[in-house]
Design a protein. Sequence first.
Length: 117
Amino acid sequence: QVQLVESGGGLVQAGGSLRLSCAASGGMFSNYAMGWFRQAPGKEREFVAGVSWNEHTYYADSVKGRFTISRDSAKNTVYLQMTMLKLEDTAVYYCAAGMTTTRYGYWGQGTQVTVSS
């Protein structure tokens, strides 16, 4: 059973940066695809970024060029570096793990990111 714990959320002004972290335990981290999703109030959860076990990365169009996903297998941690943040990036961000970048079976509890004007 994989456990995921996110951290790094908070309040930031528009145009600022934040780095989210997701620490994984209980499984073979290097075997899993990892992803970040987000859910804004009143909206469905949406894909943000993913990284395969061999470090191929994928991004939603809305964050391309602004967000970077990376993984550190030595630390069993995946990161989401967010820059040039916009008001519409405000959401709860969730870390996920799965066997592929399109099938995630494990989820963290989420971390709030709030972008203010």
